[in-house]
Design a protein around this ligand. Structure first.
Ligand SMILES: [Zn+2]
Ligand SMILES: [Zn+2]
Length: 237
């Protein structure tokens, strides 16, 4: 089976990534993706784009040489009530939002605080994916979060960068194991994301593939392989 989408990619706009939109598009075409999501960091991440970037995102074509380009953002969860740094007006410009916990934007809370933050963050319109919920520095109740995501029809990201040996996210391999276990048990879908910060990583899911094999995770629950589901989830024609 072939992955058709990578919805988690960054460009130089994010301030700590190294390729341009055009380079990411080129890379996506070369690895045979049909859908590429641009998901720069929300404004609370140091050196991330100004709000004007997101307001002006309509400049980016919806399709380039047959590759569909989705307008997204990786919003930051900024407190334990689950508030994020993209408001509803700005979200209207996007096809989707990923919401994530990042150390510069929120302190490492308790398990209860982090769990509440993530669950409440699912309530914002346009949130489709919980990003890299795999970092032991942010302990969470995986079972409770997976059950809530099922009710709200939200996907969990299996993040290829977290699973690299040099990843700074602690305990990611073990935590992805918990996530996959509960997603399998409750029939909740996941999506692979490269979290590319350079074009060479766009569409690379080798570590995600290994994780689902290791955990005998059903491929029917991996959205990347299913074009109809991709179109439904991201409201594409
Ligand atoms: Zn980043
Ligand atoms: Zn992130």
């Amino acid at each position: 089976m072939k992955a058709l989408i990578d919805l988690h990619t960054h460009t130089i706009v994010s301030g700590h990534a190294y390729s341009t939109v055009q380079e990411n598009i080129q890379a996506a075409k070369e690895v045979g993706l049909k859908y590429l999501g641009l998901s720069e960091h929300g404004p609370n991440m140091p050196a991330s784009p100004h709000l004007y970037y997101f307001q002006n995102i309509h400049c980016i074509p919806k399709e380039v040489d047959g590759l569909k380009v989705l307008r997204g953002v990786e919003a930051n969860i900024i407190d334990y009530d689950g508030n994020i740094d993209i408001d509803e007006d700005l979200a209207k410009h996007m096809n989707y939002m990923i919401v994530s916990l990042h150390p510069p934007c929120i302190g490492y809370g308790t398990k209860e605080q982090n769990t509440t933050a993530v669950i409440n963050a699912m309530n914002h319109k346009k949130v489709k994916v919980i990003g890299h919920l795999d970092d032991s520095r942010y302990p969470v109740d995986y079972e409770m979060i997976v059950k809530t995501a099922k009710d709200k029809d939200i996907l969990f990201e299996v993040n290829n960068s977290s699973l690299k040996p040099e990843s700074f996210r602690e305990g990611a391999i073990e935590n992805v194991g918990y996530l996959l276990k509960y997603c399998k048990q409750y029939n909740v879908r996941v999506i692979f994301g490269s979290d590319a910060h350079i074009s060479y990583d766009v569409g690379k899911f080798n570590n995600c593939e290994k994780a689902i094999q290791d955990h005998d995770f059903p491929r029917e629950l991996v959205v990347n392989y299913n074009e109809e589901e991709i179109k439904n989830i991201f409201d594409l024609d």
